[in-house]
Design a protein around this ligand. Structure first.
Ligand SMILES: [Cu+2]
Length: 337
C-alpha cells in the first residue's frame, strides 16, 4: 500500500514537473529565434552528457566486476597491464578535453547568434519598476511615440530591439519561449533582440528577485501578423477614447478630481502622472497589475477599491472613493480600449 502511494506520488511529481515544459511560458516550447538556438544547445549538451555518463557507468561496473574476479590474487599492480592502464587514463583525459572544448565553442557560437548588434526593425524601451513594466514605443517621429504597460505587441518574423533599464532596483526580462534573460539595471541600459516566428501570446516573468511582489511581475508579448500589429499601433497612438455616456463621463470627472491623475497618464485628458502605468488604452489590455487579474470592469473595480489587499506592498495606495465614484471610474477605464 505504502509502496503504491510512493509510486503514485513520484509519478505525479514527475508529471507535474513535465507539465512545466509546455505552454505559454516555457524555455522548451520555443517560438523565437534566440530561444530556438538556446534549446538546441541545451539538448545537445544533455545528450552528450548522458552518453558520457552512461560510458563512465559501464566502465565503472566493468572495473568492479573484474576486481571481484581477481580478489583472490594477492598481487598489487600487474606489470603487464600497467601500460594499458596508462593509455586508458590518457585517452579519458583527452576525451574530456575534447568534449569540454566542443561545448565551449558551441556555446560561443550560440551566444553570437543572440548578438544585439544585429539589424532591427523596431525599437521598444522597456523599464522595470516595482512591480510592473513600462513599455514605450519610440518610433522615428515624435507623433509615433506612445506608452503602454505590461503588454508588448510585436510583428511576427521581425527583429525587435528592446532597450532595457531598471528604474528602482534590478529586474530581469525573461520570456522563455522567445529569448534568454536580460537584466534591467538602474543607470546601465541593456539590449535584447527578440523575434517571434509564430503568432501567439507569450508570457514572461521578472526573473531577478526585486522585492515583495516579484512573483506578480508578469508581462505578455503578443506576436501578431504585420497588419494586425499596424492596426494596434495606430490605435495606441491615438488619445483616449471620448467617454461614452453619462456614467463614463462621471468616471472621468472623478478620476481627474482624485489623486489618480497625479500618478497615471490618460492621453487627451489632464491626467499626466508618470508614477503608475499609462492608462490611455487600459481597457484594451488583457491583464492589469502585471498579470494579476484579467481586465474586466469588475476586476478594475476590485483593484481600485483595494490594491493593497490584492498586491500587498505595491506602489498604488488605496484612494478612498464612494460606491458611486468606484462604479463610474471602473466603467470609464474599462471603456478605454
Ligand atoms: Cu522585477
Amino acid at each position: 500500500m505504502i509502496r503504491k502511494l510512493q509510486g503514485l506520488a513520484l509519478t505525479s511529481a514527475a508529471l507535474l514537473m513535465l507539465s512545466g515544459c509546455t505552454g505559454w511560458q516555457s524555455a522548451l516550447d520555443v517560438h523565437g529565434a534566440a530561444a530556438i538556438s538556446l534549446k538546441q544547445l541545451i539538448l545537445l549538451i544533455v545528450v552528450i552528457c548522458s552518453i558520457v555518463w552512461t560510458l563512465v557507468m559501464i566502465a565503472l561496473i566493468f572495473a568492479l566486476w573484474r576486481k571481484r574476479d581477481r580478489r583472490e590474487q594477492a598481487s598489487g599492480i600487474d606489470p603487464t597491464t600497467e601500460p594499458r592502464l596508462m593509455m586508458t587514463v590518457v585517452a579519458a583525459v583527452m576525451a574530456t578535453v575534447v568534449v569540454i572544448g566542443a561545448f565551449t565553442i558551441l556555446s560561443f557560437f550560440t551566444t553570437r547568434t543572440l548578438n544585439v548588434a544585429g539589424k532591427d526593425d523596431l525599437t521598444i524601451k522597456v523599464r522595470g519598476l516595482q512591480w510592473w513594466w513600462d513599455v514605450e514605443y519610440v518610433g522615428s517621429m515624435p507623433d509615433q511615440r506612445f506608452e503602454t504597460a505590461n503588454e508588448i505587441h510585436i510583428p511576427v518574423g521581425k527583429n525587435v530591439r528592446l532597450q532595457l533599464e531598471g528604474v528602482d532596483v534590478i529586474h530581469s526580462f525573461w520570456v522563455p519561449s522567445l529569448a534568454g534573460k536580460q537584466d534591467l539595471i538602474p543607470g546601465r541600459p541593456n539590449e535584447l533582440i527578440i523575434r517571434a516566428e509564430r503568432a501567439g501570446v507569450y508570457r514572461g516573468q521578472c526573473a531577478e528577485f526585486c522585492g515583495l511582489q516579484h512573483a506578480h511581475m508578469a508581462l505578455f508579448v503578443i506576436a501578431e501578423e504585420p497588419e494586425a500589429f499596424e492596426k494596434w499601433t495606430r490605435l495606441q497612438r491615438q488619445n483616449a477614447a471620448n467617454s461614452s455616456g453619462p456614467e463614463a463621463d462621471a468616471g472621468q470627472q472623478a478620476f481627474l478630481g482624485k489623486q489618480c491623475a497625479a500618478c497615471h497618464t490618460i492621453r487627451g485628458t489632464a491626467a499626466t502622472g508618470t508614477t503608475g502605468p499609462d492608462l490611455t488604452h487600459v481597457g484594451g489590455r488583457k491583464y492589469i497589475a502585471a498579470g494579476l487579474l484579467e481586465t474586466t470592469r469588475g476586476s478594475l473595480a476590485a483593484w481600485i477599491a483595494d490594491p493593497q489587499t490584492l498586491k500587498p506592498g505595491n506602489n498604488m495606495p488605496m484612494v478612498p472613493l464612494n460606491a458611486e465614484e468606484l462604479r463610474s471610474i471602473s466603467a470609464y477605464l474599462a471603456g478605454l480600449k
